[in-house]
Design a protein around this ligand. Structure first.
Ligand code: PMP
Length: 410
């Protein structure tokens, strides 16, 4: 057990940066007007929002007018999908991938009932989509291609440039969920990048929860999801979440100034964690490609143990990690991302996601390695599958074959 809690679940949410908190403090005092009011109380707040918009636009390298503030990426993803389909009324085909976040995948799956044909691109063992599959599936009937920039469970990065070029070639709109990219990868929405809509969320890069931004390319069709107000230039009704927006602006400004250093630090911490775990634990696999990967993410599969049990014992030892997607925690439902990567169930159940941040310290990594190794050892001693001679008992023949083939390649 460590003295200080160690937080290694930064793809779920992040520590609010002191700069973001400081930026918000005046909003608890004199700066409290409604940003839509034309008097000075309102205009002071409006000014704060517009400053935040400039900082977010800089983070994305787009025009401030292309940034629409909202409640977060779930809203942003829903808005982008419906806006794109509304703008392409004659097309009835949507392409996404099987490893998207629920706020994309479940929305698109539901559109099946509204008469759309849905293609879910597959991913390979490493979590990569296949551009040839996209090439084969896309047609003049495709209204929308929706892909994430980087996966929240494995950190695997998609070939956004190439996918966007294909979408453009066929006249389809292109939406990118860049929630996990913000603050960790360079996002450059220059004209040549064929992205029409892109979503980010403040709390994933050291802002506050409940505020996000949707990039809408100047010429892309748009339909507000929330109507009944002139806010955000008529693109998102409702009084703005000023604190969330200002905090996100400050977090974006921090990234604009220091992202290269943050990335280098995260990578160093993640690599220290990965090499420590591989040195101290037997039978560990890394899920997902290790090159095309976010600098902060490590998805490790500990063979022959249950990830939920590991997570709970780590929590008792004061270390926060997650098993699969955070949204799935508490249920034993296997991760849809690892399933799509064809990871055998016997390995999915022992998979744990560790995500560092710019604030993670080397001592925390070392303590996490020690604790994880000790807990893995204890769990294996307790588990019937932890004993070499019993490891394959209880698996069906098909699962056993998949299990053997998988581990032979890792
Ligand atoms: N997309 C991805 C890839 C995410 O990781 C998340 C958060 N888990 C979301 C979308 C949803 O973001 P929000 O919490 O802002 O609704």
């Amino acid at each position: 057990m460590t003295d200080r809690p160690i937080y290694l679940d930064n793809n779920s949410t992040t520590f609010p940066a002191p700069e973001a908190v400081e930026a918000v403090l005046p909003l608890f005092g004199d700066i409290y007007g409604n940003p839509s009011s034309t008097h000075s109380f309102g205009q002071k707040v409006r000014h704060q929002i517009e400053l935040a918009r400039e900082n977010v636009a800089k983070l994305l390298n787009c025009k401030p007018g292309e940034v629409v503030f909202n409640s977060g990426a779930t809203e942003g993803n829903n808005t982008a999908i419906y806006a794109a389909l509304d703008g392409m009324p004659d097309r009835k085909h949507i392409i996404t991938s099987g490893v998207e976040h629920a706020s994309v995948l479940e929305v698109i799956r539901y559109l099946d009932e509204a008469g759309y044909r849905i293609t879910e691109l597959s991913v390979d063992r490493m979590g990569h989509i296949d551009l040839d599959e996209l090439k084969n599936e896309i047609s003049g009937d495709t209204a929308l291609v929706s892909l994430m920039w980087a996966n929240n469970e494995t950190g695997v990065i998609n070939p956004i440039n190439a996918a966007g070029d294909l979408a453009k070639q066929f006249g389809a709109l292109f939406h990118v969920d860049a929630v996990q990219a913000a603050g960790k990868l360079k996002i450059d929405l220059k004209e040549e990048l064929a992205v029409d809509y892109l979503t980010i969320s403040g709390h994933k890069f050291h802002g506050l929860k409940g505020a996000g931004a949707l990039f809408v390319r100047e010429k892309a069709p748009f339909l507000p999801l929330l109507r009944g107000g002139h806010h955000e230039d008529g693109r998102r009704a409702g009084t703005e979440n000023v604190m969330g927006i200002v905090a996100m602006g400050a977090a974006a400004a921090l990234s604009n100034r220091e992202m290269a250093g943050h990335v280098e630090h995260m990578k160093k911490m993640r690599d220290r964690l990965q090499s420590g775990l591989l040195a101290k634990c037997d039978d560990v696999i890394i899920n997902g490609d290790q090159q095309d990967r976010l600098p902060n993410t490590l998805n490790a599969g500990f063979k022959y143990i249950d990830g939920e049990a590991l997570l709970m014992m780590m929590d008792a030892a004061n270390i926060a990690v997650s098993a699969g997607s955070a949204c799935k925690s508490g249920s034993m439902e296997p991760s849809h991302v690892l399933m799509a990567m064809n990871v055998p169930l016997s390995a999915i159940h022992g998979s744990v996601r560790f995500c560092v941040s710019r604030y993670t310290e080397p001592e925390e990594i070392d303590a996490a390695v020690e604790q994880t190794a000790a807990i893995v050892k204890r769990l294996r001693e307790m588990s019937p599958f932890g004993h070499a001679e019993k490891r394959d008992e209880g698996l069906s023949t098909a699962e056993l074959e998949k299990h053997k083939a998988y581990f032979a390649t890792t």
